[in-house]
Design a protein around this ligand. Structure first.
Ligand code: SF4
Length: 272
């Protein structure tokens, strides 16, 4: 395909070089060399999913400290306080601090990642370090920002949250019980934000939101729904840093999400 100057600029923001070729879209993207991320991550490859979450309708382990009915009624300040004080799973023992989430409280875009890493645990913000820089570049490529300047346009803003609010020690994979005990917070965050689109990044976010054990490669490329909100599956930025050729697919996913939001905005209110 031929790339417009705007598309070239967007791809450059993601660290991608492009050339025009009659090949498929994904093959028309060349990836700039990039060193591997320093910090260990949970997903150097996209292995078959091993964490078994309860199927839809199944009963999750009962929370010890999170009363789901109470969480469901919380506003932003109460929710933030509840997360900061949470001891519902053993991760509270090893965390430096909780990582609540960041962004515009009514952002049209919601990014859901998996769990805080070491840097996130230290800074209290999701998606920092090299993964965060890549995510910011990806967002900037389609005109989005995690910043909340004065008088922000929520259609250009994102809210970023993780499935787990506390760091698993040694960056190990989240356990099913931890995901189950923490998910009430994410559910409430999504209810409060009321996003127009959810971008689920990485297999644990996908497992939590879609209750699917299918690999990301099988779930990406189409629009799913979570509680009526369109949801697009894509790779975690940490994974993209190690699997450079997948950046082209991540770009496709971003374009799919953007197209979904634009189509929804263009639809008359009340239209299907
Ligand atoms: S990970 Fe979630 S459920 Fe576990 S202690 Fe932290 S906030 Fe609570």
């Amino acid at each position: 395909m031929s790339w417009t100057e705007r598309q070239r600029a967007m791809l450059a923001e993601m660290g991608l070089r492009v050339w025009d070729a009659p090949a498929t879209e994904s093959l028309a993207v060349a990836v700039a060399p990039e060193a591997a991320e320093a910090r260990p991550t949970r997903d150097p490859v996209e292995p078959p999913v091993t964490v078994a979450l309860p199927p839809p309708g199944a009963v999750a382990p009962p929370p010890t400290a999170i009363a789901s009915s109470a969480v469901a009624a919380m506003d932003w300040p109460a929710l933030r306080e509840a997360v900061a004080a949470c001891t519902a799973c053993s991760l509270h023992q090893s965390r430096r601090q909780t990582v609540f989430g960041v962004g515009h409280p009514q952002a049209h875009w919601m990014i859901v990642g998996e769990a805080p890493g070491e840097e996130e645990d230290r800074r209290g913000e999701p998606f920092v370090g090299r993964s965060g820089q890549l995510l910011d570049n990806m967002l900037r490529a389609i005109g989005l920002s995690r910043q909340t300047p004065e008088s922000p346009d929520p259609s250009k803003q994102v809210f970023i949250a993780n499935t787990l609010k506390c760091r698993p020690p040694g960056n190990r994979n989240p356990l099913p019980e931890e995901l189950a005990r923490c998910e009430g917070f994410l559910i409430r965050q999504i209810e409060l934000v009321q996003p127009k689109i959810i971008l689920a990044m990485g297999r644990f976010a996908v497992q939590s939101l879609l209750r699917s054990s299918a690999p990301i490669g099988q779930l990406r490329g189409r629009v799913h729904h979570y509680q009526g909100v369109p949801l697009v599956v894509t790779y975690h930025p940490a994974y993209l840093l190690r699997n450079l050729t997948e950046k082209a697919r991540a770009w496709d996913d971003l374009c799919l999400a953007q197209g979904t939001v634009e189509a929804s905005a263009a639809r008359p209110a009340g239209g299907a």
